[in-house]
Design a protein around this ligand. Sequence first.
Ligand code: HSE
Length: 292
Amino acid sequence: DSFDIIVPASTANLGPGFDSVGMALNRHLSLTITPSEVWEVELIAGDLEGIPTDESNFIIEIAKWLADKWNEPLPPVHIGMVSNIPLARGFGSSATAIVAGIELTNQLLHLHLTDEEKVQWATLYEGHPDNVAPSIYGGLVVGHHDEEGTEIVRAGIPAIDLVALIPDYPVSTSKSRDALPETLNYAEAVKASSISNVQVAAMMRNDWTLAGRMMKKDRFHRPYRYLNIPEWKQAEEIADQLPVYGATLSGAGPIILFFTPQGTGEEMKSRIQRAFPESTIECLQPDPHGVT
Ligand code: HSE
């Protein structure tokens, strides 16, 4: 029998919460799964250009990787795919594929995995929880991952709107990570972590004005990465002029995300569009729901 898997996109880091903080967004990867003689992927609609339709598809690869842990063969299925998540732009599209692959095996092998177990598997694969955890839980999450496992705090559904400037070029996360330094000295690390601490505490009290101020102070990746995005400098000037809380790169970029007071997203979108008449600008909201 057929069934659907729906996974929300996410934005990672939210500034100084590097590799730790993430939030689900109301953009989705939607799959319709039907029994089949062979593995097949049908790209039905949306941002799916270049995605393999055979067994080399990343979702199938993840599904088999997880099934191997149970030593069980997976019955082949037909996957009908629809997505409105731009690929390789900073909305966690690869994390949605990881979560979708895990959910596929969960359903096909009747594993009854809890959300906590899905997060453990997904983070084991991804290496950091900031995209996979919000795609599993929905809302805002704060996470930590090391060889002992993954710790996640669910931090609710932020009362904010978001405006995304979506450049028309992709950025590879690994290249974007290559721009980061190998080490941070002790004094720098102490300062950087105090900035993240205040940002997380502010978010959890819904004080986005303070969270926005902390976004500007990030020392983990902003000084190294942001200026590689040509639109960033002007976007930052606009964020300083408009009544918005702040702006960050979404994950490894290139999407630039403006955090705006709830109810002002559409108005901020038109004002940002005026400054970037040629760019794709979209209004989004936090998504309260994780994978279903
Ligand atoms: N925290 C990750 C990064 C998110 O910024 O590189 C993108 O995978």
